[in-house]
Design a protein around this ligand. Structure first.
Ligand code: FE2
Length: 332
């Protein structure tokens, strides 16, 4: 059976097609790029409405299959931006009805975890999920993917994008910040905001703006923000690994493309004798293949949804889902 997944929680509309062995036959995506300022949910949703059909067609062509080969349709039910979620859910419902196949709504954060496990060969990891809208440390415990730590305000990617705009580096500024940070001469102290197992970024953003007003060079600001934020994430991740006794770290989300974050996470794993796993870039960012693969696992476990069960959920929590497809015994 082939499964098609449609991702559309934020700026990306993506369509993936996977087979029963987690082979990714297609993973096509298009990203909404705001002309200026931040992402506007309604405009991103308009982009997805315009582009979802061409992206679906492109996925069929890339996979070399036709619509009639698809046995299951799935989509990202949340968490995410309401207008984007509803647009993609409508597309998925229409496709499932026209093909007369089952439809499953998938938790986006869990999908990052499942495609990471399937594509890297790790078995029972702690996931550091660092993206635009989400920043969470997640692991399986007692039948659910539990959030061991998360951001209390904004996702780290959104913070970096906002910083990039303020520093005149354009939108989706993560790569520009990473590059500039390499030219830094010194670290400037910023508020280190770890609260229990959670992190907060907005105070760092304010403090970084104060550095700019004082005339601190941009590379130093970028370096100081990266070092502070990434140290916070790695600290919380390490404590989660120690607390639940897991020896694998999986990275997911667009921000884990950052080489400095990877290096810091890698050093932490090395020091505690743990292994780090990083999916290929197309499976780290928001993508349709991860939605399809998670739906396939859910379907195999007997999960079925009527149309009424497929309402989107902007605040869909990772631990709302009972992970019946991953019995504890299979992970021991
Ligand atoms: Fe994501």
């Amino acid at each position: 059976m082939l499964t098609l997944g449609i991702e559309g929680t934020a700026h990306t509309v993506g369509v993936g097609i996977v087979d029963d062995d987690a082979n990714v036959l297609a993973n096509v995506m298009e990203m909404y790029r705001p002309p200026q300022g931040g992402i506007h949910p309604r405009e991103a949703a308009n982009h997805h409405a315009e582009r979802v059909t061409p992206v679906i067609k492109n996925a069929f062509e890339t996979a070399g299959v036709s619509a009639s080969d698809i046995g299951l349709v799935s989509f990202s039910r949340g968490p995410g931006l309401g207008p984007c979620l509803r647009t993609v859910a409508t597309a998925a419902r229409s496709l499932a009805l026209s093909l007369d196949v089952p439809l499953l709504g998938v938790n986006h954060c869990i999908a990052h975890l499942e495609i990471g496990i399937a594509s890297t060969g790790c078995r029972d990891p702690v996931l550091l999920y660092a993206s635009g809208g989400n920043t969470q440390v997640i692991a399986l415990a007692e039948g659910r993917y539990r959030i061991f730590g998360e951001t209390l305000d904004i996702g780290i990617g959104n913070m970096l994008d906002k910083l990039g705009r303020e520093l005149g580096l354009g939108y989706y500024a993560g790569p520009a910040i990473e590059k500039l940070a390499l030219e830094a001469e010194r670290y400037h102290e910023l508020p280190y905001s770890v609260k229990g197992m959670d992190v907060a970024f907005s105070g760092i953003m304010t403090a970084a703006m104060a550095l700019k007003r004082k005339g601190v060079p941009l590379p130093d600001i970028c370096h100081s923000v990266q070092e502070t934020c990434f140290a916070m994430l790695v600290e919380v991740t390490e404590r989660a690994m120690a607390h639940i006794g897991k020896e694998e770290l999986l990275l997911g989300g667009g921000v884990v493309q950052n080489k400095r974050l990877r290096a810091m996470a890698g050093t932490m794993c090395e020091e505690r004798g743990a292994r780090m796993f990083v999916p290929e870039p197309g499976l780290c960012v928001d993508n349709g293949a991860m939605i399809a693969w998670t739906a396939k696992l859910m379907h195999d476990a007997g999960i079925r949804m009527g149309m009424d069960d497929t309402k989107v959920d902007q605040r869909f929590r990772t631990d709302d889902v009972e992970v019946i497809w991953r019995p504890k015994a299979a992970l021991l």
